[in-house]
Write a protein that binds this ligand. Structure first.
Ligand SMILES: Cc1ncc(COP(=O)(O)O)c(C=O)c1O
Length: 459
């Protein structure tokens, strides 16, 4: 009988994170100011802890995980890796499907892998309160949980559409002691301005980020934290892939293809970076491929342009070279709240442009069909975000059925769907809507961006 669960002992939890920066095929384009000149990393220290800024630009390949952070990771790590035997059978595929389950963490996703680290380094520097944004509520929950562990306060600006769709996420965050505000809120100048021009604005991650940064900049002993996109955040997530490599060693297998959903790129990067390291070092036993999956409602990589843009709607952040739909993007209220971000991690975008990472986009209705099949065969109820990866896994497994290839497919189930039952209800009763983001809207946003910053055309 094939193993169903591949487990590691606590002492096999990684001692270092893997930093991809020294192994990228080209240097990462630097963050830029609005005037088109590179931003000095020390300027980022106004909003982030110094140690996190150091990690953001570090060229060290391996960075030590503090013992205090490892000790907290041990509450739920190492996470189990499963073989999806019943899904394989249902698909009649010769492929082997494995997944790492990050939904077993107390907040229910991969997000505490970085939230615990970020709260720890801020606490060490004397910061008393952290601000952040949250889309699906997963990242906000992870930060609320982590701040509680280190005796810090947390203020979470939650995208209004999610705040209304997922009231129980708010209750979870409040139970851990966080203050949760529906964004746009009247707490910040930018929130008030947005509400004045559009009182029914459903919010976006771009708007919530602006509010959280403004709050951090205008208050003492307060710093901002981000749950994805930046190098240090993705690096903290590499515990997923590092554990998975050991788990594959135990069963003497190795993935042919690694698939992951991308909102800002953190769960996918944390999963595939350690395998990318094998690949570029010539140590990978197979020519492993990497496939990123996004929603058609927010197709940053598949339809966006690779260009410098701000990370937030109020243009408070530096400009990052990334695939973007334009920072003015206001998403339709689709259910994968965590995938509704206009930009993408610059490292992932560079790897896409250089041909190392491919990307596909799916509609939410076909994604929920895949999620339901997974739940009915494997039992685990996926969050809508990893359900995108599951859709691509199923398509790949069906291709293998047609070609007879016995590929090993690997993905990360980066969150459970217990707070997403409204979305499952809509799927079950047939009211879930398809939505595709119009190409013209992207073109218009990029045109405005180029008009605002003529220098970006040449960078
Ligand atoms: C469960 C889950 N998966 C994925 C994502 C997308 O983010 P990332 O691409 O950084 O993993 C989110 C974001 O909130 C999430 O909550």
């Amino acid at each position: 009988m094939p193993p169903r669960k591949i487990l590691l002992d606590e002492d096999e939890l990684p001692k270092q994170w893997y930093n991809i920066l020294p192994d990228l095929p080209k240097p990462l384009p630097p963050p830029m100011g609005p005037d088109g000149s590179p931003v000095n990393p020390s300027m980022l220290e106004r909003i982030f802890a110094k140690e996190l800024v150091r990690q953001e630009v570090s060229q060290e390949r391996w960075i030590k995980i503090p013992e205090e952070v490892r000790e907290i990771y041990m509450v739920w790590r190492p996470t189990p890796m499963y073989r999806a035997v019943r899904l394989e059978k249902a698909l009649r595929t010769p492929a082997k499907i494995y997944f790492k389950n990050e939904g077993v963490s107390p907040p229910g996703s991969h997000k505490p892998n970085t939230a615990v680290a970020q709260a720890y380094f801020n606490m060490k520097e004397g910061v008393e309160r952290l601000t952040t944004e949250t889309g699906a509520g997963q990242w906000g929950s992870a930060l609320a949980f982590s701040c509680r562990l280190f005796g810090m306060k947390a203020t979470v600006y939650m995208v209004k559409a999610s705040y209304q769709q997922k009231p129980y996420r708010r209750v979870l965050m409040e139970t851990w002691g966080a203050e949760v505000l529906a964004s746009p809120s009247d707490r910040t100048e930018f929130g008030r301005k947005t509400l004045r021009s559009d009182p029914d604005n459903p919010g976006s991650l771009g708007i919530a980020i602006s509010e959280a940064i403004e709050d951090a900049l205008s208050n003492e002993n307060t710093k901002y934290t981000l749950g994805s996109v930046l190098n240090h955040v993705l690096m903290h997530q590499t515990v997923i892939g590092l554990e998975a490599k050991k788990q594959f060693e135990l069963i003497d297998d190795y993935p042919d293809v690694i698939i992951g959903c991308i909102g800002g790129g953190s769960s996918f990067s944390g999963t595939f970076w350690p395998f990318y390291y094998d690949k570029v070092r010539g140590k990978a036993p197979k020519d492993v491929e990497f496939l990123a999956v996004e929603p058609k409602a927010c197709p940053s990589v598949t339809k966006g342009e690779y260009i410098y843009d701000h990370g937030d709607a109020a243009r408070l952040t530096p400009l990052l070279k990334m695939h973007t739909l334009g920072h003015t993007y206001v998403p339709p209220p689709i259910h994968a709240g965590g995938l509704r971000y206009h930009g993408m991690a610059p490292t992932l975008c560079l790897l896409n442009v250089e041909g190392y990472v491919k990307a596909v986009a799916y509609d939410q209705v076909e994604v929920f069909e895949a999620a339901a099949l997974f739940a009915r065969t494997e039992g685990h109820l996926p969050a809508p975000e990893p359900a995108h990866a599951i859709k691509a896994v199923i398509d790949e497994a069906i291709r293998c059925r047609e070609t007879g290839e016995e590929k090993t497919i690997f993905f990360t189930l980066c969150g459970h769907g217990f707070f997403d039952l409204q979305a499952y209800d809509a799927y079950n009763n047939g009211s879930l809507q398809s939505y595709e983001y119009p190409e013209e809207k992207v073109k218009e946003a990029i045109r405005q961006l180029k008009e605002m910053y003529p220098w970006i055309a040449s960078k």
